[in-house]
Design a protein around this ligand. Structure first.
Ligand SMILES: [Cu+2]
Length: 133
């Protein structure tokens, strides 16, 4: 039931053809040189609304990677606090993106995300900084 609900949300926010032409809301590069693209259900990002993200991890040839593990942490370095929620990756979507549920920001300002994953037995990390208006 939860998955059905998530799927209906996805269809609403990510029409099949638009997902590929859409620019990511956030992006970054990992220590090992892989690319991270984040597509937010809430776009542009804003505070106080709980929502989901699609996270895509690509190699240098833009092939989508299948990961063994993926975790996302976030916080405001200047304020020394984390996210008000604990977002979780709940499923892998048909197109290879990972669904991160439970994202919410509660303050405007400088946020830092830490994307940690394991691919082919190797740990990798990306830090993504952004300013939330
Ligand atoms: Cu803060």
């Amino acid at each position: 039931m939860k998955i059905l609900f998530a799927l209906s949300l996805l269809l609403t926010f990510f029409p099949a053809n638009a997902a590929d032409v859409r620019l990511p809301d956030l992006s970054g590069v990992t220590d090992k040189g892989f690319k991270i693209e984040i597509y937010s259900e809430l776009s542009p990002l804003s505070i106080n609304t709980i929502h989901s993200w699609h996270i895509r991890v690509l190699d240098r040839d833009d092939e989508i990677l299948e990961l063994e593990e993926l975790n996302v942490f976030g916080g405001m370095p200047e304020h020394d606090h984390g996210l008000p929620t604990q977002p979780e990756v709940t499923m892998r979507l048909d197109n290879g993106d990972y669904l991160l549920e439970g994202v919410r920001f509660h303050m405007q300002g400088h946020w830092e995300l830490q994307i940690e994953f394991q691919y082919a037995g190797v740990d990798d990390t990306a830090i993504i900084d952004f300013e939330l208006q």
